[in-house]
Design a protein around this ligand. Structure first.
Ligand code: ZN
Length: 366
């Protein structure tokens, strides 16, 4: 499973925690079913917004990235996310990325625009069709997300950057390569990292809904051009958590940091609060959910060891069924309430079964 990860600045916020919780639960359920899961969550440390932020803070971008990666890792650990995850950094694969760009140039799919290299989207069948975006909508989204559909010199509006040439010696992120001095475009980074760690094809590719177009459509096009097929069998996308109607994002500055929440609430409460959202739907963040989750966790802690073996088995069965139903965490919350509200019995030894539930949901560090 490959999940598009963070650009390392202001990254350890609730919106990201929600996204990565979805894949954490998916991984836990797959392992519960007996599958070995190799999870890859990359770090986009070669990315234009990172340099802009570093400039603003008067830091070298690598120092900013190191600090933020450490904070992010700490937040993920504190939220009991699985840490046996490959976390490749884009900067570690520059040579492989340049080689992929060279191959695209050689095959005529890539083309030069001055010293930059672009991907000619008419060279793959039905570019943009995988996720079903109509051309005018796709172009509008691209414009909104920092793309350059209006750059006149491009062959087609949807063509995207593969390699950015850098001439300025003050620019901190540049590498020598057979395609010139510069740095890779964002989309080719993920195609190269996923292939390097997981092979030409793998099972699941994840990320936020804001990555569907153009990022994931571009990844598919690149893989088709380089290797002949879509890299992933399943694409899973998570919707954002909103704050006052806006997506939580660095650029808007409306972030709730995981570390702040964990100062006031234990890890299971934060996880349970986030599980009140369906990953396909997301929704408006509500402080109230932390109170509801606190009550639920209290009830569950009191119920532990004081429910019948049958009640524990029902909870385990219902939790698995809810996760199997498109990672329906709202159904999981309902099952947890039913379990907590079931009649108390004299202490039973069903702790091994109950531990399976906690492990499946990551509610205890076991
Ligand atoms: Zn990606």
């Amino acid at each position: 499973m490959y999940v598009c990860g963070i650009t390392p600045y202001a990254a350890a916020h609730l919106g990201h925690a929600f996204t990565f919780l979805t894949y954490d639960l998916l991984q836990r359920r797959l392992e519960d079913m007996g599958s070995a899961v190799h999870m890859v969550r990359n770090i986009t440390d070669v990315d234009e917004p990172l340099y802009a932020k570093a400039d603003e803070l008067e830091l070298h971008y690598t120092d900013l990235a190191e600090n933020e990666i450490a904070l992010f890792h700490k937040a993920m650990c504190a939220l009991n996310m699985r840490v046996d995850t490959s976390q490749p950094r884009a900067s570690e694969f520059i040579a492989e990325m340049a080689e992929a760009v060279q191959r695209l140039l050689d095959s005529g799919v890539g083309y030069r625009l001055d010293k930059d290299v672009y991907f000619d989207t008419t060279k793959v069948d039905e570019y943009g069709s995988f996720f079903g975006y109509k051309l005018d909508l796709a172009i509008a989204i691209d414009r909104l997300r920092g793309g350059n559909p209006d750059l006149k010199a491009k062959r087609n509006k949807q063509d995207f950057l593969l390699w950015k040439s850098v001439d300025d010696s003050d620019d901190p992120a540049q590498w020598d390569s057979p395609v010139g001095r510069g740095r890779p475009g964002w989309h080719i980074e993920c195609s190269v990292m996923s292939r390097h760690l997981l092979g030409d094809t793998f099972d699941i590719h994840g990320g936020g809904t804001d990555l569907v177009y153009p990022h994931h459509e571009a990844e598919i096009a690149q893989s088709k051009a380089l290797h002949g097929h879509n890299p992933a069998d399943f694409w899973v996308h998570t919707s954002p958590i909103l704050l006052a109607g806006e997506k939580m994002s660095k650029s808007l500055g409306n972030l709730i940091f995981v570390s702040d929440l964990l100062r006031e609430h234990p890890m299971p409460v934060v996880r349970l609060a986030l599980m009140h959202y369906h990953h396909r739907i997301g929704g408006e963040w509500a402080e109230q959910l932390l109170h509801e989750a606190t009550e639920l966790w209290k009830k569950l802690s009191a119920a532990s060891g004081r429910r019948s073996v049958a009640a524990v088995e029902t909870l385990l069965r219902e939790t698995r069924a809810a996760l199997d139903d498109d990672i329906n965490t709202l159904e999981v919350i309902d099952a947890l309430h039913r379990f907590a509200d079931a009649p108390a019995v004299v202490a039973t030894d069903s702790s091994a079964q109950l531990d399976k539930v906690w492990r499946l949901l990551g509610l205890k560090a076991i």
